[in-house]
Design a protein around this ligand. Structure first.
Ligand SMILES: Cc1cc2nc3c(=O)[nH]c(=O)nc-3n(C[C@H](O)[C@H](O)[C@H](O)COP(=O)(O)OP(=O)(O)OC[C@H]3O[C@@H](n4cnc5c(N)ncnc54)[C@H](O)[C@@H]3O)c2cc1C
Length: 331
């Protein structure tokens, strides 16, 4: 196994990890990003052709550099932007190399173990996102091959009976893609979520809701305010509606899109405390420096309180110079 000695090892090459790498390069740190998948892997997994809901200024690593065809970039434009940025800046990123263990060493620093190497590093910045575990409903039939917890594209479902279950904008977007492309779609959503208009509470964005309502009015999409998905079988689904009545629908495919959770194993093993925060969990860290109570171990991005891409980029810009300062002070 190769071994390399670093100032800073960054786990994850999403927007937070890329921003951290850029800041580390500017600080002249000897850094490396280790990524289990591809550069910007979470964005790579967005639906094909999707338009993101953020504007370029919230997404770019250098002001003015992201120039989409329309007001907001598509998945493809954003993905290409991040990849081109990493190439142009020569960011040091090892892809397809999952981190398996963070081991503190004496008197300070860490050995970070991956599937390919062990890296000795003075500081670690964990930016591994919050997409590890798609949430499940734990209903009978959820393990059938026709059930998916991530939506990629509508084309395999043209003229098929599809059920989308979920309450947030991602479920609504998937429903819209499917209804647009001729899938016979049912959108099962809890009333509270359908009526939610609060952008801070992941409400369906107005530009998604408008076309959805048009499909419903035209009879191309069935909206079902439901309480429970009771069972999924090979060719049907059974749903309990708000009024308590059960209904059985013909079904070819089910998408359960109710969010995802981070895998905190690496952090827990090294002694970082994880606490509940609303529907999510977050690590305990200093809100100014983003350092955890394990000295030298920092966090950023989707699994902290700073969740969206804009903040995932801003936080490393702020904290990496502090990390560089602490390294200079310890020499
Ligand atoms: C469908 C969908 C649509 C979204 N749309 C928007 C939007 O329009 N605007 C917006 O602001 N936000 C949006 N978000 C949220 C946005 O994707 C996140 O805020 C953003 O990706 C956070 O960046 P990050 O770098 O913290 O995490 P991520 O982008 O998730 O990056 C984390 C990286 O760490 C890697 N990783 C994980 N574990 C390990 C490991 N053990 N070893 C090595 N690497 C590891 C992952 O493969 C991943 O590449 C959306 C999310 C989803 C799911």
């Amino acid at each position: 196994m190769a071994t390399e000695t670093l100032d800073l090892l960054i786990i994850g090459a999403g927007p937070a990890g890329l921003s951290a790498a850029d800041a580390a390069a500017r600080e002249g740190l000897n850094y490396l990003v280790v990524e289990q998948g591809l550069i910007a892997n979470t964005i790579y997994q967005y639906p094909v052709g999707r338009t993101v809901f953020s504007t370029p200024n919230e997404l770019e690593l250098r002001a003015g550099a992201l120039q989409p065809c329309r007001e907001k970039p598509t998945r493809e434009e954003l993905l290409s932007y991040y990849v081109q940025f990493a190439l142009r800046e020569g960011l040091r990123i090892n892809t397809e190399e999952p981190v398996t263990r963070i081991e503190p060493i004496e008197p300070e620093g860490f050995n970070v173990h991956t599937t390919k190497a062990v890296y000795q590093t003075a500081r670690v910045l964990v930016a591994f996102g919050a997409m590890a575990y798609p949430r499940r409903l734990n209903v009978p039939g959820e393990d059938l091959p026709k059930v998916q917890h991530r939506f990629t594209e509508p084309y395999p479902y043209v003229r098929k009976d599809v059920l989308v279950v979920g309450g947030g904008n991602s479920a609504a977007e998937a429903t819209l893609f499917l209804a647009d492309e001729g899938a016979r779609t049912t959108f099962a959503i809890w009333r509270m979520d359908w009526e939610n208009r609060d952008p801070k509470m992941n409400a369906i964005k107005p530009w998604v809701r408008g076309p959805l309502e048009a499909h419903i009015a035209a009879g191309r999409l069935r909206l079902m305010l439901f309480t429970e998905l009771e069972e999924i079988t090979e060719d049907a689904v059974r749903i309990k509606q708000e009024d308590g009545r059960g209904v059985t629908l013909a079904n070819d495919a089910v998408f359960i899109l109710i969010g995802a959770d981070a895998d905190f194993t690496l952090l827990r093993e090294v002694g970082v405390e994880i606490v509940p925060a609303g529907l999510n969990q977050v690590p305990v860290y200093d809100p100014d420096t983003f350092e955890t109570r394990v000295p030298g171990l920092y966090v950023a991005g989707h699994f902290t309180h700073a969740r969206h891409i804009k903040q995932a980029i801003e936080v490393p810009r702020r904290i990496v110079p502090l990390i560089a300062q602490s390294l200079r002070a310890s020499v």
